[in-house]
Design a protein around this ligand. Structure first.
Ligand code: UD1
Ligand code: MG
Length: 450
């Protein structure tokens, strides 16, 4: 039965792809279905070879701590790039192939082709191809960084800013093709500020570079629980797709429609390859996604936000990652010690995941900034701190991550439930973001069409 369903999915993919003469969107859907199947096909077949080359990791939240293949995001990324490249002639099909009827003579065809070639040259949308290729270059370079990170465990301060360099092609295309750097002022504030828009100029480009830095890194630090890296990316991908579809069907502005269509072409295959990966990364994981996947998926999402002209809306969908980043600041910036791994710990007796802790060495006085930080975060119910009743000194505190925050408030849970919980939060936040963008924002920013 499962074989029949699998064959059916392959067939559906090819059928949709074959419809390319009518709609690049349907073909892109077909390619994405095939991308899902191809990723799920290759992952189990290349796992052993990855382990032999050293791409392997220990599944820390299992009793037996098995070693399984890591860096499987490289397979997703590779399949994704295949799709991107195959899609180029499909997207520009109408500019590449002349319309012709079967009964035309050869010589007539030659004349027609010559004529067509010159028309194609003048009408070919080089700007669209430029935008598309800049997306591919940015995603490709950041996936390379991910592979190097999985190979050499690069320090985070060394790799942190690299996505901004990878984003340069995107920013150049944005500048040349679109160039909008203003933000609308909400209706209520307009009488006070006496203007409808504020131009951020160069700062807007800094903001977009920051988005490119933030997205890949923020996915990489909500990690360490089976399925959570791919799960959050999958949900954000779906939410971005909904945002694009709503925009495409409700926009009268062709510029905005084109931008959102481009975003769909980039995000649909991401959803496909992530679903294929998730099949093997879901609890109990048979493979790990690696930093390669986190960077790759994060960059695709940043790219669609920038080229789709909705980088501000995108940040609404990244609220869980923003929360996790703000929560992580004390550990990332050394106010509180940051262990190499902050993932939760398995209680072997119950089989449930519990909070992981940062332990404070007895007898070594803690710096004032550490004490102040843990007191403030404890008072805000963001972390739990165990205090020594006699000395009134902290013994340990839960690690500063959204995963530990969920375990602190909802109690220990099985690994897959924890992933589902994070995905659930991501989905609720995504729906909230869509309501804000499409329900409330039009009332507050009446002229903001994109
Ligand atoms: C980030 C987190 C780190 C977390 C790690 C888990 C920060 C600053 N860094 O580090 O706290 O522990 O991700 O990925 O927040 N692993 C599992 N189960 C999983 C996924 C991963 O046990 O479901 C383990 C495996 O041993 C795997 C390793 O995590 O080999 C991968 O860690 P890596 O991606 O190298 O960690 P970082 O991204 O540096
Ligand atoms: Mg990682």
């Amino acid at each position: 039965m499962s074989k029949i369903i699998s064959l059916g999915i392959w067939a559906l993919g090819f059928l949709l792809l074959a419809s390319q003469r009518h709609s690049p969107l349907l073909s892109n859907m077909g390619l994405s279905v095939l991308a899902y199947k191809a990723t799920a096909f290759f992952i189990p077949r290349v796992g052993a070879a990855f382990i032999r080359r050293g791409f392997a990791g220990k599944d820390m939240n299992k009793i037996e701590k098995r070693v399984i293949p890591e860096t499987m995001g490289a397979v997703s990324a590779l399949v994704y790039f295949m799709c991107m490249i195959l899609f180029i002639p499909i997207l520009f099909y109408k500019y590449l192939v002349p319309e012709r009827s079967r009964d035309q003579q050869d010589d007539q065809l030659n004349v027609l082709n010559d004529g067509y070639a010159s028309v194609a040259k003048t009408q070919f949308p080089h700007d669209q191809l430029g935008a598309y290729l800049s997306a591919v270059i940015s995603i490709l370079s950041i996936s390379l960084l991910g592979i190097f990170d999985d190979l050499f465990d690069i320090r985070w301060r060394h790799k942190f800013f690299l996505p901004a360099i990878a984003a340069i092609p995107l920013l150049v295309v944005y500048y040349v093709d679109y160039g909008v750097t203003y933000v609308s002022v909400p209706t209520l504030l307009r009488p006070f500020l006496k203007r409808t828009v504020v131009d951020l100029g160069f700062l807007y480009y800094i903001y977009m570079a920051a988005v490119a830095i933030f997205c890949p890194n923020s996915i990489n630090i909500i990690a360490g629980v089976n399925g959570v890296e791919a799960g959050q990316s999958f949900v954000i991908g779906l939410v971005v797709l909904c945002n694009d579809l709503i925009s495409v069907f409700h926009q009268s502005n062709t510029e905005a429609m084109r931008a959102h269509l481009l975003s769909i072409y980039l995000v649909l295959p991401l959803i496909g390859v992530t679903a294929g990966l998730l099949e093997y990364n879901w609890w109990p994981s048979r493979v790990f996604v690696g930093d390669t996947f986190c960077y790759f998926a994060g960059m695709v999402l940043a790219v669609v936000g920038i080229l789709g002209h909705f980088s501000k809306t995108l940040m609404l969908f990244f609220i869980p990652q923003i929360f996790n980043f703000i929560l992580s600041v004390p550990q990332l910036f050394g106010f509180v010690e940051c262990p190499r791994h902050r993932l939760p710990r398995l209680n072997v007796k119950t089989g449930l995941l519990e909070n992981s802790y940062t332990e404070f060495t007895e007898g070594i006085p803690l710096p004032k900034k550490t004490l102040l930080t843990i007191r403030v975060f404890e008072a805000l119910y963001l972390i739990r701190v165990d205090w020594d009743q006699k000395t009134k000194k902290p013994i340990r505190c839960t690690n500063f991550t959204i995963i530990n925050f969920v375990l602190y408030h909802f109690g220990p849970m099985r690994e897959d439930r924890l992933t589902l919980c994070i995905m659930g939060i991501q989905l609720v936040v995504g729906i909230f973001g869509l309501v804000i963008r499409h329900g409330i924002a039009p009332l507050v920013y009446p002229q903001d069409s994109i």
